[in-house]
Design a protein around this ligand. Sequence first.
Ligand code: ADP
Length: 563
Amino acid sequence: MNKKKTIIETTILSLLIIILYVVTFTLLLSFSKSKTYDTLKSTSDIVQNIFNGNDESNSIDKLNNTFDENNSLRISIIIRNNDNKYTILYDNKKMYNAENTPEELVNINQYYTRKSSYGYNMIYYTILDNENGKYYIRTSIKESDTTSMSKNFLIYGSPVLILILLGFIFYKVYEYNKSIKPLKKGINELKVISGDTNIENSDDVLILSNSIELIKNNLNQKIELLNEEKEKTQMVLDSLTEGILVISEENKVIMFNNAVKNIISLDENYILDKDYNLLPLDDDFKENIIKCFKNKSDFSFDITKETKIYQVHLRNISIKINNENINCVAIIFFDVTENRNIDKIKNDFFANASHELKTPLTSIIGYQELLANKIITDPQDVEKAIDVTIKQAKKIDEILKDMLSISKLENNEITTIEELNVKDIIEQIISDENFKIKKHHIQLKTNLSDLIIISNKDDISKLFSNLIDNAIKYNKEGGIIEININSTDKKIEIKDTGIGIKDEDQNRIFERFYRVDNSKDKNNVEGTGLGLSIVKHIIDKYNYEIDVSSSYLIGSTFTVILK
Ligand code: ADP
């Protein structure tokens, strides 16, 4: 309600009441007057009927009987004398004081008001008797008697009117204050929420509506800020690789991030506030959630989704929603696939390493015991035992060297890099392996061009010596090895016409200690099963590429791209 409007409304209504009062008073006054005139006229007619000029005394008697002194009207019969003076023949009030020429007797058939000889205003109405035309029948009344009703209305009505007006004004003020009270209260509360307590809070609705506008703007800014904060939080949550899902004790999903969608294959259009039982989680998972709510304790378990392993942490937390602390379970999915695989690889590695070291060591210990206990005494047998012992010791040495190389590569040990010509390195390896090549009557074809790279010499040497060594080891007697360098594409090809690798083994040859069965069977082939693993580590270290194409029993091609 507007204060100005209320004042205008109240004023107009008050004026209307006053006007109504004045009009009523005027109407009352005019009504009394016309009633008085009617009464005077009708009484005159009655008197006219009663009075007979031919029988004066009898007529006066009759009039005396009809109108007494207490009548509010004064009724007079007046006769004009020859000297033009007037004599009152009859007067019900017994007031025989006649003026010389009362004006009303001149103004016949008219209503005439004048001050009477008794000192107060009278209204007169005079007619001439219709028989002789010399008798004036005059009816009159005190003017004050006719206006008494209006006067009473004025006397008693005015205080009533003032009371009504005051009551009306008080009611309007009360109504106005009552109507803006909740508004003021609301604005006070909003001021606290919007954070601007300086905003004016007056009794004027206009000022209040301005205050609301200010508060609205403040709140809009706050809402925008909150939305921005919310978006930021969601963006941060969505940028995490860990899946996050929060469930309230009413079983509703109240928060989740993008990662969760992928992890539990959630529908793209999944929205918040749905029952978590609708999530694609298995029964064990759901039971764990119930357990977390019930026991209010945190715990973790692993789940497998396709090729991935996730460690799921369930945390019992309390979140404030609508000023209420709600018991919730926060579910965090950590991708532990790599960790778990590393654990497995480590376990496998120790098992394989122990196994690979155990065989030559057992052989060494066995022969050494035979020699020490002089069980072998024949010089030829002794020489053979020493040969085997040295060979097995060398194998252990080789395994340990390879393990050390892998360990160094895995630990990302800093290595110095320099400008290298791959051609020089390969030529050096060929020269070192020349004895073996010749021994197996292998035909070596090379097409080597200069290829300058920046890398670590040891790593590049190990990379190609392992590949060339394998091409020799797994070749046939009198087979062919072809080594090509394409310096434009930085591509090096090592082709052999050896035993080849079956399709199912091709993916596994880079694993530590993995040796294809047929290669182990080959009596003359020595190996640790770590060579290609070292190759793969070097390739990954420098972001190079390696590709294997092989046909079983026909031959293999290893292609390295030094990008
Ligand atoms: P190893 O010490 O046994 O040679 P590697 O890691 O170098 O170990 O090789 C792993 C396995 O891959 C070998 O045991 C062998 O079976 C297979 N292999 C590697 N290179 C060749 C090749 N050029 N031809 C055929 N098989 C190969």
